[in-house]
Design a protein around this ligand. Structure first.
Ligand SMILES: Cc1cc2nc3c(=O)[nH]c(=O)nc-3n(C[C@H](O)[C@H](O)[C@H](O)COP(=O)(O)O)c2cc1C
Length: 197
């Protein structure tokens, strides 16, 4: 059964219906500049203990995706100087799978760690990611957050101005949902994870 991807559902319904769309089911066009602005405006409404604003958003669209591909490829060459041309080309092409990528990073404020540990700052950025995914869904786009080895790579992190303690929380791929539909997905039964005290 197909569920029509709708941008007019109420929040609770949207929360239940949102699902990830893999890059292979995405196509051009990329979200409009206004829609990206809306997604980022939603992102910075995430809960944020101490108003640290730990999130950093790096936007890649159009030809700038090639810059991200080069970063991924260079990182592979550093990890594995014997990497073959096929693997290098795969890294170069990785960001081209969707029209837009937002690399979402957590820049940890170490001066606040006594009261606001890194985990809380990273969770805040995770919540920002979810707001982006929900906003993208609400606008009818396909989106997914992916990590992989590049998210933990020291060279990739350094290209985003990150230190060891900082994190790349995810690369959010966003594009037009080629089929304009979502498929019904079995979700867990929350009572399996709940204890009433
Ligand atoms: C931080 C984070 C990183 C993820 N990285 C990957 C990844 O590298 N590869 C992957 O296949 N799924 C990854 N996922 C899972 C997908 O984004 C997605 O949540 C999953 O496929 C379930 O789809 P759903 O969002 O429709 O439930 C990641 C999820 C999170 C929260």
């Amino acid at each position: 059964m197909n569920i029509q991807n709708s941008n007019s559902v109420d929040l609770q319904t949207g929360l239940l219906l949102r699902q990830s769309i893999p890059p292979r089911l995405m196509s051009e066009p990329a979200p409009t500049a206004k829609d990206v602005d809306d997604m980022l405006a939603a992102a910075v409404c995430a809960p944020d203990h101490g108003a640290i604003r730990p999130w950093r958003f790096h936007i890649f669209r159009g030809d700038s995706r090639l810059k991200l591909g080069k970063i991924f490829a260079d990182a592979l060459k550093i990890r594995d100087p014997k990497a073959g041309i096929e693997s290098i080309k795969k890294e170069e092409g990785r960001p081209l799978r969707s029209p837009l990528i937002i690399a979402v990073c957590a820049k940890i404020d170490i001066s606040r760690l006594d009261k606001i540990p890194a985990i809380e700052q990273i969770v805040s950025v995770g919540a920002a990611c979810q707001n982006i995914l929900l906003s993208a869904y609400n606008k009818g786009y396909g989106a997914i957050i992916l990590t992989g080895i590049n998210a933990r790579d020291t060279y990739v992190k350094s290209e985003f101005g990150l230190e060891d303690i900082d994190e790349i929380v995810g690369f959010i791929y966003i594009g037009t949902n080629s089929n304009s539909i979502n498929f019904e997905k079995t979700r867990p039964d929350y009572t399996d994870y709940m204890t009433e005290w």
